[in-house]
Design a protein around this ligand. Structure first.
Ligand code: CFM
Ligand code: HCA
Length: 528
């Protein structure tokens, strides 16, 4: 019996009806349709985060020179304080506030009588203590429920202090996952920051979009790009800054690493400022080489192409021996990989080049195009608050999916000159017979571990210890278990070494989950 069916069979009929659309077994040659970006069944222990996590935690949080105030009770500020690896360096020109957690710490009385006064006071204190050029306000759930007008307060503070004050209505309950928060954050940057700088354009300049510098990935990518001769105007948003993003419209080309969190900004910048964009992937040597060559082709300069090849040759030679010895250890191993919205796909390629096959994969909040590889054109925005985003979709080969698009959509795509050929999703690289679980949960983690027995499981902090305690190696792919960088060539070798070590350490055969040996119920009644 297919492990998928065994696991799903354990659900109640109502849950089964929902989950069967989100858990599929890949059949090569079939359309392999999956349901995604829908509401989690209440009560299920999902790995997902919320809209606030997507806006404040993921996109705005890494902006080092922005003093970000979480408006709400202290829990959300506290739990988003330093949990994501927003690595950033300040310098003599750029302040870095990333280590701080600013929050209005709303109390019951603020919820009852309104929290606006407190927010104004918090802005005043942030200005007096940190003297930032830009402040961001991020709302948590109660703020939306009681109706504090953070946008009016931001406008008033801008006047009062003569600085930029951004307001994000990213209450946690909005939408079904982090994904809505990405939209809100990016729309805010597009509306209020991008295009407000007056720097002169520089030749061969690029922005790195959807690169969050986890483990220093952004720094490693920049290092390679600079070696070739590119100028990086801004990174959105890893080690990013308000100061740099103001001038991002001056770049020649936008490079999109995490498609899920930012593709719509690339399209908006194309429409508004004429900046072309290209999907790239700097995870894994093969993907990195392809990306660098695509860039060289775009700029069409023989000298740049020559430097591209020279840098590729040097960087590849430096890791060749190390990669080969890791591959000798890893070839034939199997993995499960489960991250938020785009890394699962990116790392499947890197694992493949090390001889590791992925037998179980999925995204927390990916949309269908992240799986099925269709180019999403969600450029037609009706509402800055992203409540009504309409999207039309197209495939790598538009004719292939023709039946799924209306004639009107196809015409709109052609008229818009959509870059149809660039984006591929997870299906492209996953093997026949692999199981895909969208928005998967802790029950499914434990069940699939039993049936698929992968040699290593890549995911996040919420399930890491359940996996380890059941005797399977685990590596976090959100935070890289505080290692990294994993991007580019040297990064790929770091990754290969870490994975080889994780798998070969002899501890896994010695671990037996405690609940398999002894009952856990203990304690005393009535103080006895
Ligand atoms: Fe993009 Fe990300 Fe991801 Fe994401 Fe994230 Fe992240 Fe992620 Mo954690 S922006 S979708 S919301 S690549 S925080 S850096 S690791 S879930 S796969
Ligand atoms: C988030 C952030 C997160 C969480 C990681 C994890 C990150 O989704 O709010 O669960 O281990 O990368 O820090 O995705």
């Amino acid at each position: 019996m297919d492990p998928r069916d065994i696991v799903l069979d354990k659900y109640s009929s109502k849950v089964y009806k929902n989950r069967k659309e989100h858990v599929i077994t890949i059949n090569e040659g079939e359309p392999n349709v999956i349901q995604a970006d829908t509401r989690t069944v209440p009560g299920i222990m999902t790995n997902r985060g919320c809209c606030y996590a997507g806006c404040k935690g993921v996109v705005i949080g890494p902006l080092k020179d922005v003093a970000t105030i979480t408006h709400g009770p202290i829990g959300c500020g506290f739990y988003s304080w330093g949990t994501r690896r927003n690595k950033a360096k300040g310098d003599e020109n750029t302040k870095a506030f990333g280590e701080y957690c600013l929050s209005t710490d709303m109390q019951e009385t603020d919820i009852v009588f309104g929290g606006e006064k407190k927010l104004k006071q918090a802005i005043k204190e942030a200005v007096e203590i940190f003297h930032p050029e830009c402040i961001a306000i991020a709302s948590t759930c109660p703020v939306g429920l009681i109706g504090d007008d953070i946008h009016a307060i931001a406008a008033e503070a801008e006047e009062l202090y003569g600085i930029k004050v951004l307001a994000f209505s990213c209450e946690g309950y909005k939408g079904v996952s982090q994904s809505g928060g990405h939209h809100i954050a990016n729309n805010g940057l597009m509306k209020n920051v991008i295009g407000t700088g007056d720097a002169e354009p520089i030749k061969y300049s690029v922005n790195l979009l959807g690169e969050y510098n986890i483990g220093g990935d952004g720094w490693e990518t920049e290092r390679i790009l600079k070696r070739i001769g590119y100028h990086v105007v801004s990174v959105m948003t890893g080690d990013g800054s308000y100061d740099a993003i103001k001038n991002s419209h001056t770049a020649d080309l936008n490079l999109v690493q995490c498609h899920r969190s930012i593709n719509y900004i690339a399209e908006m910048m194309k429409t508004k400022y004429g900046v072309d964009w290209m999907k790239i992937n700097f995870i894994g040597p093969e993907a990195t080489k392809k990306s660098l060559r695509d860039m060289a082709r775009y700029f069409n300069d023989p000298e740049l192409s020559r430097r591209t090849e020279a840098v590729i040759a040097e960087e590849e030679a430096a890791i060749a021996e190390g990669m080969a010895s890791c591959k000798a250890v890893l070839a034939g191993k199997t993995a499960a990989i489960y991250v938020g919205g785009s890394r699962s796909h990116h790392y499947i390629n890197l694992l493949k080049s090390l001889g590791v096959e992925v037998v179980l994969a999925g995204y927390e909040f990916g949309h269908r195009d992240d799986y099925e590889g269709r180019e999403v054109l969600d450029t037609i925005k009706k509402d800055a608050d992203s409540k009504n985003i309409e999207s039309i979709t197209v495939t790598k080969d538009p004719d292939h999916y023709k039946e799924r698009l209306s004639e009107q959509e196809l015409m709109a795509l052609r008229a818009a000159g959509v870059p149809m050929e660039e984006y591929s999703g997870m299906w492209e690289d996953i093997m026949d017979g692999a199981i895909i679980t969208d928005d998967y949960n802790h029950f499914e983690t434990e069940e699939f571990l039993k049936y698929l027995k992968p040699d290593i499981f890549f995911s996040g902090i919420k399930d890491k210890f359940v996996i380890q305690r059941s005797g399977v190696a685990s590596r976090q792919l959100h935070s890289y278990d505080y290692a990294g960088p994993y991007a580019g060539f040297k990064g790929a070798l770091n990754f290969a070494n870490d994975v080889a070590m994780a798998i070969t350490v002899p501890v896994w055969d010695m671990v037996q989950a405690p609940w398999k040996k002894e009952p856990l119920l203990e304690g005393s009644l009535g103080g006895m």
